[in-house]
Design a protein around this ligand. Structure first.
Ligand SMILES: NC(=O)c1ccc[n+]([C@@H]2O[C@H](COP(=O)([O-])OP(=O)(O)OC[C@H]3O[C@@H](n4cnc5c(N)ncnc54)[C@H](OP(=O)(O)O)[C@@H]3O)[C@@H](O)[C@H]2O)c1
Length: 225
């Protein structure tokens, strides 16, 4: 990966997604990114913004059609939600649960699978944003259980993409960004968006060409599933 590298970031209107867009643009990458509405005011001028709600199959297909012919070095599915604030499975409505799992689990994997033909063979990296909370080892007390379960299921369905990514020697990453100061992470989080996304960007570049499926954090630690 070099100055002429290109990336597609899905769910980049704010927070960590926008941070990754800024990091890559700052390193000279050509970046395409998606939001559900208008493009962010503080986006680097060179970024190509497209519209997509990952839960909308028609919008995902339109996105794929618009990007036809592109070959990206990196496709990063970042979009995610926290779910109901109480995080209680017994209190959550069916709609809450459906919405959480569609956004955090099923739609990211559908999106990744549909966009995979746009990833460069050999050196291409497909990354999906997960959380350390998804790990039974790292989160043995099931903190934030609904959110954590949605990301644990995401990790398993991401593993389901491995056979397809191996056909072109892509590298598949499940990435934990750290605890980050965003709308989701809150003000008490330990990392700034810049610290997390600088690390994530370096990791993506370091893992290119390695192949396989890896659960890593922003600083390169390998996490237990
Ligand atoms: N912050 C943390 O400490 C932390 C820790 C571990 C993992 N993560 C994960 O990191 C990712 C980014 O989190 P964040 O902290 O940056 O959260 P955030 O500030 O709340 O941003 C979430 C992003 O996801 C987008 N999004 C949500 N639903 C979407 C949908 N249906 N279609 C397309 N885009 C959608 C949002 O777009 P809109 O602006 O349109 O809502 C926004 O751009 C998430 O997957 C999150 O689970 C975060």
């Amino acid at each position: 990966m070099n100055m002429s590298s290109s990336a597609l970031i899905i769910g980049a209107s704010r927070g960590i997604g926008l941070g990754i867009v800024k990091q890559l643009s700052g390193r000279g990458w050509q970046v395409a990114a998606t939001s559900r509405g208008t493009s962010p005011k503080d986006s680097p001028a060179s970024v190509k913004w497209l519209t997509a709600d990952i839960n909308d199959q028609v919008q995902r297909q339109a996105l794929k059609d618009q990007l036809s012919g592109h070959q990206f070095d990196l496709i990063f599915i970042n979009a995610g939600v926290y779910g109901p604030a109480h995080q209680e499975v017994t209190q959550a409505s069916d709609h809450d649960i459906f919405s959480l799992f569609m956004t955090n689990t099923f739609s990211p994997v559908r999106c990744a699978s549909e966009l995979l033909p746009l990833l460069k063979p050999q050196t291409g990296v497909l990354a999906l944003m997960t959380s350390q909370l998804a790990s039974l080892n790292e989160n043995s007390s099931a903190t934030y259980p609904l959110y954590a379960a949605s990301k644990a299921a995401l990790n398993m369905l991401t593993r389901g993409l491995l056979s397809e990514t191996q056909l072109k020697n892509h590298t598949l990453l499940s990435v934990h960004p750290g605890w980050v100061q965003t709308d989701m992470g809150g003000k008490n989080a330990t990392l700034t968006i810049e610290e997390s996304t600088d690390g994530i960007t370096k990791q993506v570049m370091a893992w290119s060409g390695k192949g396989g499926h890896h659960f890593i954090d922003y600083s390169g630690n390998i996490l237990k599933w």
